[in-house]
Design a protein around this ligand. Structure first.
Ligand SMILES: *[C@@H]1O[C@H](CO)[C@@H](O)[C@H](O)[C@H]1NC(C)=O
Ligand SMILES: *[C@@H]1O[C@H](CO)[C@@H](O)[C@H](O)[C@H]1NC(C)=O
Ligand SMILES: *[C@@H]1O[C@H](CO)[C@@H](O)[C@H](O)[C@H]1NC(C)=O
Length: 442
């Protein structure tokens, strides 16, 4: 984001301090949650995606400020002619905006997401003005949906689980929610202001209208939003079966599967079938022998991706951890100090791997059911994206061999299941600050 661009007024503006406010607008149950694959709103997905890319992002949800005052508001609360409701809503919007400004002022923020359901031209003008004063860029994201079936499906599935309706009858909750939507509909105004930066997603991406997108980061967010879909699906992850290198504790290389690794590849179709059932699947592997061999008996369409190859260990490729500790003691230590950022001499860091995995994440988001057979570091990075694991923890996660991980994006979270093949393998996990010499590969 470093550099200088010429602003419309001809004055050079530094963009390394870019601060973007992404304002989500749209009627409730009209896709803000829908396009979010039924998680807690698309905002949370955007935040997760940006943080995974090391872009500091935070979500300010006006609804939660309001909820703090009125935990279970009845539908009348949202009526236009309820002045007390209107006053509280305005207070909530202002409280959210104040916190947002403080967060940017504290220095490290790049993208703030403001969830402001109620959208009128006046409210947008107010937000744009407040942001302009502080030099924040504003991008509105509107989700517009007039497909009644989609709306009702979303009302039932998502809103019955919303914190507003905790512990209430789902059918009554849905009815109350429909009444609430009616109140909003009276004042709702779709975005048409030509001077505003906006993205309008119509019927969950069936049509996308883009206006005045100004910079690279904004266009990345737009691209991400365009790739989201709401069809139910799962992602299956598996490491390759045990390789001959794992037996001797070597890292990298392009080894064949070991005897037990081959047993895993033979068992994999049955294991996958158990959790996949009859639905169709596409299997992605890296371009390395051990992942291709692991997937060889799976009866699905297969695709090889160079981007799924294992973290490149550079000069350490083909060595054991013990040999690395011996030959490059400082590197060994430095890697333990900051494994996410440590880059092997002539090789890669976890940060590098995340960057080359970004197109893979986009493609997974666009796709339906995908199984990815790849390597430990790569799985850690993919898993960190879906499960929102912070960077100081993700490189240390234990991803066992001979185990299939199933991830299913759901309302408010991603659900995880693991299926073990019951085929023994060497443990290739080494905990932080343990010596390779003392503890072997354990
Ligand atoms: C939405 O905001 C506008 C402008 O601030 C306000 O007049 C209106 O009453 C609000 N309506 C709802 C339903 O929140
Ligand atoms: C297992 O072996 C492969 C090489 O076949 C290597 O890339 C991988 O790093 C090994 N796993 C560990 C953690 O030692
Ligand atoms: C891997 O297996 C293939 C075919 O089974 C064999 O030709 C090749 O020599 C093996 N490679 C290694 C490094 O053992």
């Amino acid at each position: 984001m470093a550099g200088t661009i010429a602003a419309a007024n001809g004055v050079g503006v530094k963009v390394e301090d870019t601060k973007i406010v992404v304002v989500m607008v749209g009627l409730p149950a009209r896709g803000k949650s829908l396009i979010a694959q039924k998680t807690n709103g698309v905002m949370n997905l955007v935040v997760r995606y940006l943080r995974w890319l090391s872009i500091n992002a935070h979500c300010f949800n006006v609804g939660t400020y309001r909820r703090a005052d009125t935990p279970h508001p009845p539908a009348d609360f949202f009526a236009v002619d309820n002045p007390e409701g209107e006053r509280l809503r305005r207070c909530a919007a202002e409280a959210a905006m104040r916190d947002l400004i403080d967060w940017f002022d504290s220095g490290k923020g790049t993208v703030a997401i403001l969830d402001a359901t109620n959208s009128t031209k006046e409210r947008r003008r107010w937000i744009a003005k407040r942001c302009a004063v502080h030099g924040f860029e504003v991008m509105f994201v509107e989700s517009k949906c007039d497909d009644e079936e989609l709306i009702m499906a979303n009302v039932r599935e998502v809103k019955a689980n919303s914190p507003d309706y905790e512990g209430q009858d789902p059918e009554l909750a849905a009815q109350d929610f429909v009444r609430r939507i009616k109140h909003y509909e009276c004042v709702y105004e779709t975005i048409t202001e030509p001077e505003l930066t906006y993205v309008k997603l119509v019927n969950v991406g069936a049509q996308v209208v883009i206006n005045c997108i100004r910079d690279y980061l904004q266009s990345r967010i737009v691209y991400y939003l365009m790739n989201l879909h709401i069809k139910p699906r799962s992602i299956w992850l598996s490491r390759h079966g045990e390789s001959e290198f794992n037996l001797s504790g070597r890292i990298g290389g392009d080894a064949n599967l070991s005897y037990r690794g081959r047993a895993y590849s033979e068992k994999l179709p049955e294991l996958v079938k158990q959790s996949v059932g009859d639905i169709d699947l596409t299997v992605w592997t890296s371009t390395m022998k051990r992942t291709i061999q692991t997937a060889q008996y799976l009866p699905y369409r297969k695709l090889q991706w160079k981007a799924l190859d294992e973290l490149d260990a550079g000069v350490c490729d083909g060595l054991t951890y013990e040999e690395i500790e011996e030959a490059y003691p400082e590197d060994f230590r430095a890697r333990d100090d900051d494994k996410y950022n440590y880059r092997y001499r002539g090789g890669e860091s976890y940060r590098d791997v995340v960057i080359r995995l970004e197109p893979i994440i986009m493609e997974i988001e666009r796709s339906e059911n995908i199984m990815v057979v790849t390597h430990q570091a790569v799985i850690r990075c993919l898993y960190a994206y879906f499960m929102n694991v912070p960077q100081n923890r993700s490189p240390w996660m234990e991803i066992p061999l001979h185990t299939v991980i199933k991830l299913t994006p759901r309302a408010y979270s991603t659900q995880e299941e693991r299926f073990k093949a019951d085929i023994p393998a060497v443990s290739t996990f080494r905990a932080q600050y343990t010596s390779a010499k003392l503890e072997g590969e354990a």
